[in-house]
Design a protein around this ligand. Structure first.
Ligand code: NAD
Length: 289
């Protein structure tokens, strides 16, 4: 069985293929979930300025006693921070209570994202950030970004977007792979959608291996070289989600799951509306527990 625990990024850094996400978790919930995850051996955490739980994630890392080098920590800059991204990166480091961030993403393709990317490249040179990438860029935005960003010697290591059996993102994977950019999946379970988690195809395949549909989805994503970091407040689910390295889906299983493609996503906001809303969000990310 091929060991898929780590993927290698286009800048040479290695990153655990599986982690825990903390979107919609309160600081208290995030601190607890990240601590539990670290105690179980999970070594990849996905947060963001906009989740308002970076301080809690930092506390959980400190409390775990695990050396910082063993953990892969991702966070994301919010568009209101792009124009003064240098300061935003300093503030983010301070909230996370860490000397460096493993992976820093532009959370959204709105506002002055080129200025922010330039600051992120600087931060890599200064050792404050190891790898950089993008989130929520569609194919057109990604291509446009690569054209304008041609002069930057650092290409995005990852693209983090919605990806699950109902929306497998085949086309954009082919596009980003030209740059060695890897996909990261958000909403692998459709944000906990019961219909997706009860799909008969996933249940049938799971039964062959003694696995749940959620585990089949994660394994299907990882076998496509896609990073996963499902969120959960429930230690049983966190443990279950991590138990995906002791079985392997066959080519036929992979093809069968591909049949679930409905070309539908759970989240969509028109770009004009998103841009207006995200850029007018006047919030102080330092104000969090
Ligand atoms: P998800 O699809 O991972 O669903 C999480 C939900 O599924 C949980 O809240 C829980 O209700 C349920 N769940 C978890 N484990 C389960 C299990 N084993 N069995 C049954 N139900 C289970 O959605 P998500 O958490 O929103 O997305 C994953 C991560 O992706 C987020 O935490 C965040 O880090 C990232 N994300 C990024 C963006 C972005 O804009 N870049 C957007 C959304 C999410």
């Amino acid at each position: 069985m091929k060991d898929l625990r780590y993927f290698t990024l286009n800048d040479g850094h290695k990153a655990p293929s599986f982690g825990i996400g903390v979107y919609t978790l309160t600081p208290e919930e995030a601190e607890k979930a990240v601590y539990e995850a670290l105690m179980m051996g999970i070594r990849h955490i996905d947060t963001a300025n906009a989740y308002f739980n970076e301080k809690a994630v930092g506390r959980a890392i400190k409390k775990s006693g695990i050396s910082r080098e063993e953990i892969f920590l991702t966070t994301k800059l919010w568009p209101t921070q792009y124009q003064e991204a240098g300061k935003a990166i300093e503030d983010t480091l301070s909230r996370l209570d860490t000397p460096y961030i493993d992976l820093l993403l532009l959370h959204q393709p709105y506002g002055d994202y080129m200025a922010a990317y330039s600051s992120m490249c600087e931060a890599v040179k200064e050792g404050k950030v190891k790898s950089i990438g993008l989130s929520n860029f569609d194919e057109a935005n990604f291509k446009k970004f690569l054209e304008i960003a041609d002069h930057f010697d650092i290409k995005p290591a990852v693209l983090q977007i919605e990806c699950h059996p109902y929306y497998p993102q085949e086309k954009i994977i082919r596009e980003i792979s030209k740059y060695g950019t890897l996909l990261e999946s958000w909403y692998p379970f459709g944000h906990g959608d019961k219909a997706l988690l009860n799909e008969p195809i996933l249940k049938g395949i799971g039964n062959k291996y003694g696995k749940k549909p959620a585990q089949v989805i994660l394994r299907w994503l990882i076998q496509r070289n896609i990073f996963v970091f499902p969120a959960s407040r429930n230690p049983e689910h966190i443990k279950e989600n991590f138990e995906i390295f002791d079985f392997e889906l066959s080519d036929d299983d992979m093809k069968e799951i591909s049949k679930l493609d409905k070309n539908t996503r759970y989240f969509y906001m028109a770009p004009e509306e998103a841009s207006k809303m995200f850029l007018s969000w006047n919030c102080d990310f330092n104000k969090q527990e």
